[in-house]
Design a binder for this molecule. Structure first.
Ligand code: ZN
Length: 314
């Protein structure tokens, strides 16, 4: 029973020192060992779907050349993996079937990512996030002129000589927290909530975006107070999850609170309760529709936080 965090397996060499090395980039993208992760309108190329064992499908540089006059121009260097360079390439302007090269189909990664090897899931998610960022930043936010890709796709520079501003990929940090307490009977309990957007009877940890000018700990306390009226004390960091859908990173925390009735805000959170270990032992998996209590997906950081708490009390 594994509870690895999804999309967290991206341990390839990101080769940051190569991003300005134009000779190396040109040679590598032409090399036979080059692999390209195509992205088509936020979808990734995958083979083996429908099925239980899908795999990422990569284009080789020959395929990329057939699609683009100068594949290096739009390619984003993801890094070096298994001895060869890996690039992401946005083919959104192409015909979908043409961009797939007969290697598979384009699909939304959140529908199959948990079935991929961890490194492939992280690589496809990173490609999706970077391609999304490029499409959303084609114009300079300062002066409105077009921007151009630089640094092997890790920056965009305003083409207006009077501006010339550099723009870099941005992440939207979000905190996600398991709040723990002890109930009046002396039992350990954790706070899980049903968000109005969740499927029926799924209860998970609270989460929310960090606001400008706020520490992560302040964001944890504010979100818990806003969403369920619970005052949090000690906050400690546990783990993170890349979440480039389109541009977040989830920062996971444990938080302590005094036991008190919960008051869901009824906007985002429709129900919130303190759960005992026995409650969780009786809970069903996310996929088990109709069960009276369902836990979040096994590859989510929410589930990682819940299982970490359970393990401490086992
Ligand atoms: Zn500009």
């Amino acid at each position: 029973m594994a509870f690895a965090i999804g999309y967290a397996g991206g341990d390839w060499d990101r080769a940051g020192e190569r991003r300005l090395d134009t000779a190396w980039l040109a040679a590598e993208i032409a090399a036979a060992r080059c692999r390209i992760v195509p992205v088509w309108r936020d979808r990734n190329l995958v083979s083996g779907l429908p099925g239980a064992a899908p795999r990422a499908a990569f284009l080789n540089s020959e395929a990329a050349r057939a699609l683009l006059q100068d594949p290096a121009a739009g390619a984003i260097l993801l890094g070096v993996a298994d001895g060869g360079p890996v690039f992401a390439l946005d083919l959104s302007e192409r015909d979908e079937a043409e961009a797939a090269f007969g290697l598979g189909g384009f699909a939304e990664i959140r529908g199959f990512g948990s079935l991929l090897p961890p490194g492939e899931a992280a690589m496809l998610a990173a490609a999706r996030g970077l391609c999304h960022w490029h499409r959303a930043h084609r114009f300079c936010g300062a002066c409105g002129h077009p921007t151009e890709s630089r640094e092997a796709g890790h920056a965009r520079v305003c083409a207006n000589p009077a501006c010339g501003r550099s723009h870099y990929p941005r992440l939207d940090p979000a905190v996600i927290m398991l709040v723990e307490s002890v109930d009046p009977a002396g039992r350990p309990v954790c706070l899980l909530a049903h968000n109005a957007r969740f499927p029926g009877n799924v209860f998970s940890t609270l989460a929310g975006f960090v606001e400008i000018g706020e520490t992560l700990e302040q964001a944890v306390r504010r979100e818990v107070l806003e969403e369920v009226g619970c005052v949090v004390g000690e906050v400690s960091y546990r783990a993170s999850q890349p979440w480039p859908f389109p541009s977040s990173i989830m920062l996971g925390f444990r938080a302590r609170a005094a036991y008190a009735p919960l008051t869901p805000d009824a906007v985002e959170v429709s129900d919130a309760r303190w759960f005992t270990l026995a409650d969780l032992a009786a809970a069903a998996e996310w996929e088990e529709e109709g069960a009276p209590l369902r836990l979040p997906r096994r590859d989510s950081i929410a589930r990682f936080l819940i299982e970490g708490w359970r393990a401490e009390h086992a």
